[in-house]
Write a protein that binds this ligand. Sequence first.
Ligand SMILES: [Zn+2]
Ligand SMILES: [Zn+2]
Length: 319
Amino acid sequence: MCNSLKVTTFGTRGSIPVSNPESIIYGGNTTCLRIESPCIPKEKALIVDAGSGYLPCSYRLLGEKVHDVHVLFTHYHHDHTQGLLLAPPTFIKSIKTHLYGPVDAGGVGPKEMWKTIMQPPYFPVHHKLHESHFSFHPLEFPQTQVMLVHNQGGIRMMDVDQYETLNLKDGYIPIGKGKYPKSEILVISMYMSNHPENTICYAFDEGLTGKKFVFLTDHENHDSNPNDLKNHIKGADLLVMDCQYSRLKYDSMTAGYGHGTPDYCVRTAREVGAKLLGLTHHDPNAKDLDVEGILAEAKACVPREVDVFTCRDYQEIEV
Ligand SMILES: [Zn+2]
Ligand SMILES: [Zn+2]
């Protein structure tokens, strides 16, 4: 068990997995992160997105005898869901998989996504054969809820208003069969990012250490960041952001695609006082040298108070 908030990036590629000899350093798995914290019960795992990186991630979970996997989806583009189809927990009845995610205007949430992708002729196995050990948690109004995690109480959702009222009252929050102080809880809050589909930016606040991690992927530049977004990210010890395109490629071709640039990531990190900025969602056309070019572009505009690095597959980061 880890002593404080830790993030492992099992997939950092955007759009589609890649495999070629010039993309070895940063890897080719699509988005999947594992969040570890002493606040998480040891039989449970907390995952963000199930891109192709979810396959190696879930093999690691099998080795740890995890039997309760909670996957928070930012959204349902293929690069964030495709690992679900072949990951062992999907087929092992003794492992319960809980899917959380946004609901779009047409009513598509985690359950509809899963039923759509897991059926012939798109996939040879029908979801009905593996439904009994799945549960679905649509997040219709993510900005009005928080997810609370306690190593004895378990995991629950709560309205933000109720959570804040309890905090003001005596600071003890009911989770499972007990009541626990904020200082023992991992609080996960949500904000919508700037992307073609409803997409959630998750922020993880660990009460035990005061550490904060924010994952802002599949997010396109704002000319001016909304105050709500800045408040959501504010003070992050680690901010991982979508930085798929160079400024040149963005201006000449990819504006409106829903992804970010190095100058915008650095500006945002500086505005919210983030201590460490990680760049992710690498362009599938970018070789290692191109990814390093993106980092160099970010470093050229980085102020002294922000440290910036490039995320790579299988990287373990202590927040
Ligand atoms: Zn994506
Ligand atoms: Zn996307």
